[in-house]
Design a protein around this ligand. Structure first.
Ligand code: PMP
Length: 404
Protein backbone atom coordinates (compact mmCIF):
# COMPACT_ATOMS: atom_id res chain seq x y z
CA UNK A 1 0.00 0.00 0.00
CA UNK A 2 1.00 3.56 -0.65
CA UNK A 3 2.93 4.99 2.31
CA UNK A 4 1.77 8.44 1.40
CA UNK A 5 0.15 9.00 4.77
CA UNK A 6 -1.86 11.99 3.68
CA UNK A 7 -3.35 9.95 0.88
CA UNK A 8 -4.31 7.18 3.31
CA UNK A 9 -6.22 9.81 5.25
CA UNK A 10 -8.74 9.96 2.45
CA UNK A 11 -9.70 6.37 3.24
CA UNK A 12 -11.29 7.64 6.47
CA UNK A 13 -14.49 9.50 5.57
CA UNK A 14 -15.07 10.86 9.08
CA UNK A 15 -11.86 12.90 8.91
CA UNK A 16 -13.57 15.20 6.40
CA UNK A 17 -16.28 16.07 8.94
CA UNK A 18 -16.57 19.37 10.76
CA UNK A 19 -17.07 19.65 14.50
CA UNK A 20 -18.36 22.85 16.07
CA UNK A 21 -17.87 24.52 12.69
CA UNK A 22 -14.17 23.56 12.51
CA UNK A 23 -12.49 20.75 10.60
CA UNK A 24 -12.41 17.66 12.84
CA UNK A 25 -9.01 16.95 14.38
CA UNK A 26 -9.48 13.51 15.87
CA UNK A 27 -6.84 12.75 18.49
CA UNK A 28 -8.65 10.25 20.67
CA UNK A 29 -7.54 7.14 18.85
CA UNK A 30 -6.55 5.33 22.02
CA UNK A 31 -10.23 5.40 23.01
CA UNK A 32 -11.40 4.13 19.64
CA UNK A 33 -9.98 4.33 16.15
CA UNK A 34 -11.75 5.66 13.09
CA UNK A 35 -12.73 3.27 10.30
CA UNK A 36 -11.51 3.18 6.71
CA UNK A 37 -13.95 2.84 3.81
CA UNK A 38 -12.86 -0.76 3.24
CA UNK A 39 -14.08 -1.72 6.73
CA UNK A 40 -17.33 0.23 6.39
CA UNK A 41 -17.90 -1.32 2.97
CA UNK A 42 -17.13 -4.84 4.24
CA UNK A 43 -19.94 -4.44 6.80
CA UNK A 44 -22.37 -3.19 4.13
CA UNK A 45 -21.33 -5.90 1.67
CA UNK A 46 -21.85 -8.56 4.32
CA UNK A 47 -25.41 -7.39 4.90
CA UNK A 48 -26.07 -6.97 1.19
CA UNK A 49 -24.67 -10.30 0.06
CA UNK A 50 -23.88 -12.74 2.83
CA UNK A 51 -26.05 -12.16 5.87
CA UNK A 52 -27.47 -15.25 7.54
CA UNK A 53 -27.00 -16.78 10.92
CA UNK A 54 -23.88 -18.91 11.00
CA UNK A 55 -23.55 -22.67 11.48
CA UNK A 56 -26.99 -23.27 9.90
CA UNK A 57 -25.34 -25.42 7.27
CA UNK A 58 -28.52 -26.50 5.54
CA UNK A 59 -28.46 -23.65 3.04
CA UNK A 60 -25.79 -21.96 0.95
CA UNK A 61 -26.19 -18.45 2.35
CA UNK A 62 -25.51 -19.62 5.88
CA UNK A 63 -22.50 -21.56 4.65
CA UNK A 64 -21.22 -18.33 3.08
CA UNK A 65 -21.70 -16.36 6.29
CA UNK A 66 -20.02 -19.14 8.28
CA UNK A 67 -17.10 -19.14 5.89
CA UNK A 68 -16.73 -15.37 6.24
CA UNK A 69 -16.80 -15.63 10.04
CA UNK A 70 -14.45 -18.61 10.34
CA UNK A 71 -12.12 -17.11 7.73
CA UNK A 72 -11.47 -14.21 10.07
CA UNK A 73 -10.55 -16.63 12.86
CA UNK A 74 -7.60 -17.76 10.74
CA UNK A 75 -6.81 -14.17 9.77
CA UNK A 76 -6.81 -13.07 13.42
CA UNK A 77 -4.61 -16.04 14.30
CA UNK A 78 -2.10 -15.09 11.60
CA UNK A 79 -2.24 -11.47 12.75
CA UNK A 80 -0.86 -12.35 16.18
CA UNK A 81 0.98 -15.57 15.39
CA UNK A 82 -1.40 -18.14 16.87
CA UNK A 83 -3.59 -20.95 15.54
CA UNK A 84 -7.23 -20.53 14.50
CA UNK A 85 -8.25 -22.98 17.24
CA UNK A 86 -6.69 -20.59 19.78
CA UNK A 87 -8.82 -17.59 18.79
CA UNK A 88 -12.03 -16.89 20.71
CA UNK A 89 -14.21 -14.04 19.47
CA UNK A 90 -15.41 -11.87 22.33
CA UNK A 91 -17.05 -8.46 22.77
CA UNK A 92 -13.66 -6.83 23.29
CA UNK A 93 -10.64 -6.77 25.56
CA UNK A 94 -12.72 -6.46 28.71
CA UNK A 95 -14.79 -9.56 28.00
CA UNK A 96 -11.66 -11.42 26.80
CA UNK A 97 -9.84 -10.76 30.09
CA UNK A 98 -12.95 -11.67 32.08
CA UNK A 99 -13.22 -14.95 30.20
CA UNK A 100 -9.63 -15.86 31.06
CA UNK A 101 -10.05 -14.63 34.64
CA UNK A 102 -13.29 -16.42 35.49
CA UNK A 103 -13.12 -19.30 33.00
CA UNK A 104 -9.56 -20.33 33.74
CA UNK A 105 -7.85 -18.56 36.65
CA UNK A 106 -10.77 -18.69 39.08
CA UNK A 107 -10.56 -22.47 38.80
CA UNK A 108 -6.79 -22.78 38.86
CA UNK A 109 -5.67 -20.36 41.56
CA UNK A 110 -5.72 -21.04 45.25
CA UNK A 111 -5.10 -19.20 48.50
CA UNK A 112 -1.58 -17.82 48.71
CA UNK A 113 -0.96 -17.91 44.94
CA UNK A 114 0.25 -14.60 43.54
CA UNK A 115 -0.94 -12.51 40.62
CA UNK A 116 1.55 -9.88 39.45
CA UNK A 117 0.19 -6.69 37.91
CA UNK A 118 1.37 -3.11 37.59
CA UNK A 119 -0.10 0.13 38.88
CA UNK A 120 -0.39 1.17 35.24
CA UNK A 121 -3.15 -1.30 34.35
CA UNK A 122 -6.43 -0.27 32.81
CA UNK A 123 -9.30 -1.17 35.13
CA UNK A 124 -10.24 -4.01 32.81
CA UNK A 125 -6.92 -5.70 33.60
CA UNK A 126 -7.17 -4.96 37.30
CA UNK A 127 -10.73 -5.27 38.59
CA UNK A 128 -11.25 -8.85 37.28
CA UNK A 129 -8.09 -9.90 39.15
CA UNK A 130 -9.26 -8.19 42.32
CA UNK A 131 -12.41 -10.27 42.05
CA UNK A 132 -10.57 -13.51 41.31
CA UNK A 133 -8.21 -12.82 44.21
CA UNK A 134 -11.16 -12.21 46.57
CA UNK A 135 -12.79 -15.47 45.50
CA UNK A 136 -9.67 -17.66 45.57
CA UNK A 137 -7.56 -16.09 48.32
CA UNK A 138 -4.84 -15.34 45.79
CA UNK A 139 -2.75 -12.23 46.43
CA UNK A 140 -2.16 -9.29 44.10
CA UNK A 141 1.43 -8.07 43.88
CA UNK A 142 2.53 -5.00 41.93
CA UNK A 143 5.68 -4.76 39.85
CA UNK A 144 7.51 -1.46 40.45
CA UNK A 145 7.55 1.05 37.61
CA UNK A 146 10.38 3.35 36.63
CA UNK A 147 9.89 7.05 35.87
CA UNK A 148 8.52 6.27 32.43
CA UNK A 149 5.97 3.82 33.79
CA UNK A 150 8.03 0.89 32.55
CA UNK A 151 8.52 -2.20 34.67
CA UNK A 152 12.12 -2.42 35.82
CA UNK A 153 13.29 -6.01 35.31
CA UNK A 154 15.61 -6.13 38.32
CA UNK A 155 12.96 -4.65 40.60
CA UNK A 156 10.34 -7.00 39.15
CA UNK A 157 12.45 -10.01 40.02
CA UNK A 158 12.49 -8.95 43.65
CA UNK A 159 8.69 -8.92 43.72
CA UNK A 160 8.12 -12.18 41.82
CA UNK A 161 8.08 -15.06 44.29
CA UNK A 162 7.81 -18.78 43.76
CA UNK A 163 4.10 -18.44 44.51
CA UNK A 164 3.63 -16.39 41.34
CA UNK A 165 1.01 -18.08 39.16
CA UNK A 166 0.01 -15.26 36.83
CA UNK A 167 1.59 -12.18 35.33
CA UNK A 168 -1.11 -9.96 33.79
CA UNK A 169 -0.07 -6.70 32.16
CA UNK A 170 -0.73 -4.35 29.28
CA UNK A 171 1.77 -4.51 26.48
CA UNK A 172 1.23 -0.81 25.83
CA UNK A 173 -0.11 1.46 28.55
CA UNK A 174 -3.18 3.53 27.67
CA UNK A 175 -2.15 6.68 29.57
CA UNK A 176 1.55 7.09 28.82
CA UNK A 177 1.86 4.82 25.79
CA UNK A 178 4.71 2.98 27.50
CA UNK A 179 5.58 -0.36 25.94
CA UNK A 180 6.46 -2.96 28.57
CA UNK A 181 9.31 -5.44 28.17
CA UNK A 182 6.73 -8.23 28.00
CA UNK A 183 9.02 -10.86 26.55
CA UNK A 184 11.63 -10.45 29.30
CA UNK A 185 9.00 -10.25 32.05
CA UNK A 186 7.22 -13.31 30.70
CA UNK A 187 10.49 -15.25 30.83
CA UNK A 188 10.99 -14.23 34.47
CA UNK A 189 7.41 -15.16 35.35
CA UNK A 190 7.66 -18.53 33.63
CA UNK A 191 10.79 -19.41 35.60
CA UNK A 192 8.54 -19.29 38.65
CA UNK A 193 5.86 -21.43 37.05
CA UNK A 194 3.46 -18.58 36.23
CA UNK A 195 1.25 -18.07 33.19
CA UNK A 196 1.22 -14.77 31.33
CA UNK A 197 -1.81 -12.80 30.19
CA UNK A 198 -1.20 -9.77 28.00
CA UNK A 199 -3.70 -6.94 27.58
CA UNK A 200 -3.07 -6.00 23.97
CA UNK A 201 -5.80 -3.34 23.67
CA UNK A 202 -3.31 -0.55 22.89
CA UNK A 203 -0.80 -2.75 21.09
CA UNK A 204 -2.74 -4.72 18.48
CA UNK A 205 -2.92 -2.71 15.28
CA UNK A 206 -0.13 -0.39 16.44
CA UNK A 207 2.88 -2.69 16.34
CA UNK A 208 3.59 -6.23 15.14
CA UNK A 209 2.36 -8.80 17.70
CA UNK A 210 3.74 -12.32 17.95
CA UNK A 211 2.15 -14.06 20.93
CA UNK A 212 4.48 -17.04 20.96
CA UNK A 213 7.60 -14.88 20.84
CA UNK A 214 6.18 -12.66 23.57
CA UNK A 215 5.54 -15.67 25.78
CA UNK A 216 1.85 -14.80 26.13
CA UNK A 217 -0.37 -17.67 27.25
CA UNK A 218 -3.41 -15.45 26.85
CA UNK A 219 -3.61 -12.29 24.74
CA UNK A 220 -6.63 -9.97 24.63
CA UNK A 221 -7.48 -7.21 22.17
CA UNK A 222 -10.37 -5.10 20.86
CA UNK A 223 -11.29 -4.66 17.20
CA UNK A 224 -12.61 -1.14 17.65
CA UNK A 225 -9.19 0.21 18.62
CA UNK A 226 -7.67 -1.13 15.40
CA UNK A 227 -10.07 0.07 12.70
CA UNK A 228 -12.81 -2.50 13.41
CA UNK A 229 -16.15 -2.31 15.19
CA UNK A 230 -17.07 -1.99 18.81
CA UNK A 231 -18.52 -5.16 20.29
CA UNK A 232 -15.82 -7.31 18.73
CA UNK A 233 -12.58 -8.57 20.21
CA UNK A 234 -10.36 -11.56 20.63
CA UNK A 235 -9.07 -13.75 23.39
CA UNK A 236 -6.10 -15.75 22.23
CA UNK A 237 -5.33 -18.66 24.53
CA UNK A 238 -2.85 -21.49 24.18
CA UNK A 239 -4.81 -24.51 23.03
CA UNK A 240 -4.27 -26.65 26.13
CA UNK A 241 -5.29 -23.72 28.34
CA UNK A 242 -8.46 -23.03 26.36
CA UNK A 243 -9.28 -26.73 26.68
CA UNK A 244 -9.13 -26.27 30.46
CA UNK A 245 -11.12 -23.01 30.42
CA UNK A 246 -14.80 -23.17 31.35
CA UNK A 247 -17.28 -21.22 29.25
CA UNK A 248 -18.94 -18.31 31.05
CA UNK A 249 -22.00 -18.32 28.83
CA UNK A 250 -24.12 -21.34 28.09
CA UNK A 251 -26.79 -21.82 25.46
CA UNK A 252 -27.20 -22.42 21.77
CA UNK A 253 -24.38 -23.34 19.40
CA UNK A 254 -21.78 -24.01 22.08
CA UNK A 255 -23.22 -27.43 22.91
CA UNK A 256 -22.64 -30.87 21.50
CA UNK A 257 -25.47 -32.87 23.11
CA UNK A 258 -28.24 -31.69 25.39
CA UNK A 259 -30.68 -33.75 27.44
CA UNK A 260 -33.26 -32.42 29.86
CA UNK A 261 -30.73 -32.44 32.70
CA UNK A 262 -27.24 -32.38 31.17
CA UNK A 263 -25.20 -30.98 28.32
CA UNK A 264 -21.83 -31.55 26.71
CA UNK A 265 -19.93 -28.80 24.98
CA UNK A 266 -18.12 -28.32 21.71
CA UNK A 267 -14.32 -28.03 21.88
CA UNK A 268 -12.61 -24.64 22.17
CA UNK A 269 -13.05 -22.09 20.71
CA UNK A 270 -16.71 -22.81 19.80
CA UNK A 271 -17.63 -23.67 23.39
CA UNK A 272 -17.01 -20.01 24.30
CA UNK A 273 -19.25 -18.58 21.58
CA UNK A 274 -22.76 -19.22 22.85
CA UNK A 275 -25.74 -17.76 21.04
CA UNK A 276 -25.89 -15.83 17.78
CA UNK A 277 -22.58 -14.15 17.19
CA UNK A 278 -21.51 -10.68 16.08
CA UNK A 279 -20.83 -11.87 12.54
CA UNK A 280 -20.62 -8.46 10.85
CA UNK A 281 -18.26 -7.28 13.60
CA UNK A 282 -15.98 -10.23 12.93
CA UNK A 283 -16.15 -9.60 9.17
CA UNK A 284 -15.19 -5.98 9.86
CA UNK A 285 -12.25 -7.18 11.95
CA UNK A 286 -11.09 -9.21 8.95
CA UNK A 287 -11.23 -6.13 6.71
CA UNK A 288 -9.39 -4.10 9.37
CA UNK A 289 -6.60 -6.68 9.56
CA UNK A 290 -6.28 -6.66 5.75
CA UNK A 291 -6.00 -2.88 5.77
CA UNK A 292 -3.39 -2.81 8.54
CA UNK A 293 -1.34 -5.60 6.97
CA UNK A 294 -1.31 -3.81 3.63
CA UNK A 295 0.34 -0.80 5.28
CA UNK A 296 2.58 -2.85 7.56
CA UNK A 297 2.65 -2.76 11.36
CA UNK A 298 6.28 -1.65 11.54
CA UNK A 299 5.53 1.36 9.37
CA UNK A 300 2.42 2.15 11.44
CA UNK A 301 4.42 2.00 14.66
CA UNK A 302 7.08 4.35 13.29
CA UNK A 303 4.54 6.82 11.93
CA UNK A 304 2.49 6.91 15.12
CA UNK A 305 5.64 7.32 17.23
CA UNK A 306 6.73 10.19 14.99
CA UNK A 307 3.38 11.94 15.51
CA UNK A 308 3.36 11.16 19.24
CA UNK A 309 6.83 12.64 19.67
CA UNK A 310 5.90 15.74 17.71
CA UNK A 311 2.83 16.23 19.93
CA UNK A 312 4.85 15.80 23.14
CA UNK A 313 7.53 18.22 21.98
CA UNK A 314 5.00 20.84 20.85
CA UNK A 315 2.97 20.49 24.03
CA UNK A 316 6.06 21.03 26.18
CA UNK A 317 6.92 24.13 24.18
CA UNK A 318 3.35 25.36 24.68
CA UNK A 319 3.88 25.16 28.46
CA UNK A 320 2.16 21.84 29.12
CA UNK A 321 3.50 19.31 31.56
CA UNK A 322 3.91 16.06 29.62
CA UNK A 323 3.67 12.95 31.79
CA UNK A 324 4.67 10.50 29.14
CA UNK A 325 4.68 9.66 25.46
CA UNK A 326 4.87 6.36 23.70
CA UNK A 327 3.69 5.46 20.19
CA UNK A 328 0.95 7.92 19.24
CA UNK A 329 -0.04 8.62 22.86
CA UNK A 330 0.93 11.73 24.84
CA UNK A 331 -0.55 12.62 28.23
CA UNK A 332 -0.28 16.08 29.66
CA UNK A 333 -1.77 18.86 31.74
CA UNK A 334 -1.75 22.60 31.47
CA UNK A 335 -0.73 23.97 34.88
CA UNK A 336 -3.72 25.56 36.58
CA UNK A 337 -6.26 24.26 34.07
CA UNK A 338 -8.44 21.23 34.73
CA UNK A 339 -8.02 18.73 31.87
CA UNK A 340 -11.80 18.63 31.34
CA UNK A 341 -11.81 22.41 30.82
CA UNK A 342 -8.91 22.07 28.44
CA UNK A 343 -10.66 19.31 26.47
CA UNK A 344 -13.83 21.42 26.27
CA UNK A 345 -11.84 24.42 25.02
CA UNK A 346 -10.19 22.22 22.38
CA UNK A 347 -13.54 20.75 21.37
CA UNK A 348 -14.77 24.23 20.55
CA UNK A 349 -11.94 24.29 18.00
CA UNK A 350 -12.93 20.90 16.53
CA UNK A 351 -10.15 19.04 18.36
CA UNK A 352 -11.12 15.78 20.08
CA UNK A 353 -8.91 14.57 22.89
CA UNK A 354 -9.74 12.68 26.06
CA UNK A 355 -9.48 14.01 29.59
CA UNK A 356 -10.00 12.24 32.88
CA UNK A 357 -8.74 9.16 34.63
CA UNK A 358 -8.68 6.95 31.54
CA UNK A 359 -10.05 3.94 33.44
CA UNK A 360 -6.74 3.85 35.28
CA UNK A 361 -7.18 5.34 38.75
CA UNK A 362 -4.12 3.63 40.28
CA UNK A 363 -2.08 5.09 37.42
CA UNK A 364 -3.39 8.57 38.30
CA UNK A 365 -2.35 7.97 41.93
CA UNK A 366 1.05 6.84 40.70
CA UNK A 367 1.37 10.03 38.63
CA UNK A 368 0.15 12.05 41.63
CA UNK A 369 -2.66 13.69 39.68
CA UNK A 370 -6.44 13.53 39.68
CA UNK A 371 -6.75 13.47 35.91
CA UNK A 372 -4.78 14.10 32.73
CA UNK A 373 -5.47 15.17 29.17
CA UNK A 374 -4.52 12.58 26.57
CA UNK A 375 -3.94 13.16 22.88
CA UNK A 376 -3.54 9.99 20.85
CA UNK A 377 -2.60 10.01 17.19
CA UNK A 378 -3.11 7.25 14.66
CA UNK A 379 -1.21 6.79 11.41
CA UNK A 380 -3.98 8.66 9.56
CA UNK A 381 -3.39 11.82 11.58
CA UNK A 382 -0.89 14.25 10.18
CA UNK A 383 1.39 17.16 11.01
CA UNK A 384 -1.48 19.60 10.52
CA UNK A 385 -3.41 17.78 13.29
CA UNK A 386 -0.40 18.04 15.59
CA UNK A 387 -0.09 21.74 14.81
CA UNK A 388 -3.80 22.29 15.44
CA UNK A 389 -3.47 20.62 18.84
CA UNK A 390 -0.49 22.74 19.84
CA UNK A 391 -2.14 25.95 18.67
CA UNK A 392 -5.34 24.91 20.41
CA UNK A 393 -3.52 24.30 23.69
CA UNK A 394 -1.70 27.61 23.33
CA UNK A 395 -5.01 29.42 22.77
CA UNK A 396 -6.60 27.61 25.72
CA UNK A 397 -3.68 28.61 27.92
CA UNK A 398 -4.11 32.26 26.99
CA UNK A 399 -7.85 32.02 27.50
CA UNK A 400 -7.61 30.46 30.95
CA UNK A 401 -4.81 32.85 31.96
CA UNK A 402 -7.06 35.72 31.03
CA UNK A 403 -4.65 37.03 28.40
CA UNK A 404 -7.10 36.44 25.58
N1 PMP B 1 -6.92 -2.29 28.28
C1 PMP B 1 -6.42 -1.16 27.81
C2 PMP B 1 -4.95 -0.90 27.96
C3 PMP B 1 -7.25 -0.24 27.17
O1 PMP B 1 -6.75 0.90 26.71
C4 PMP B 1 -8.63 -0.54 27.04
C5 PMP B 1 -9.59 0.44 26.37
N2 PMP B 1 -9.47 1.75 26.80
C6 PMP B 1 -9.11 -1.74 27.54
C7 PMP B 1 -8.23 -2.59 28.15
C8 PMP B 1 -10.54 -2.13 27.44
O2 PMP B 1 -10.93 -2.32 26.12
P1 PMP B 1 -12.46 -2.45 25.72
O3 PMP B 1 -13.15 -1.27 26.33
O4 PMP B 1 -12.46 -2.41 24.23
O5 PMP B 1 -12.96 -3.74 26.28
Amino acid sequence: MDKNWNKLRQDFPILAEKMNGEPLVYLDNAATSQKPKSVIEAITAFYQKENANIYRGTYALSAKATEAYEGVRQKAADFIGGEASEIVFTKGTTSAINLAAFGYFLRHLKAGDEIALTAAEHHSNLVPWQQVAALTGAKLVFLPLDKKGRVDLKEAEKVMSDRLRLLALAQVNNVLGTEQPVKELAALAKKRGALVLVDGAQAAGHLPVAVKKLGADFYAFSAHKMLGQTGTGVLYGRKELLDQTQPLEFGGEMIREVSKTTATFKPAPQKFEAGSQNVSGVVALGAAIDYLNAIGLDAIKDRETELGQAMAEGLRKAGARVYGQGGGIASFNLPGVHPHDLATALDAQGIAIRAGQHCAQPMMDWLGVKAVARASAAFYNNEADVEALIKGVQAAKEFFNGTR
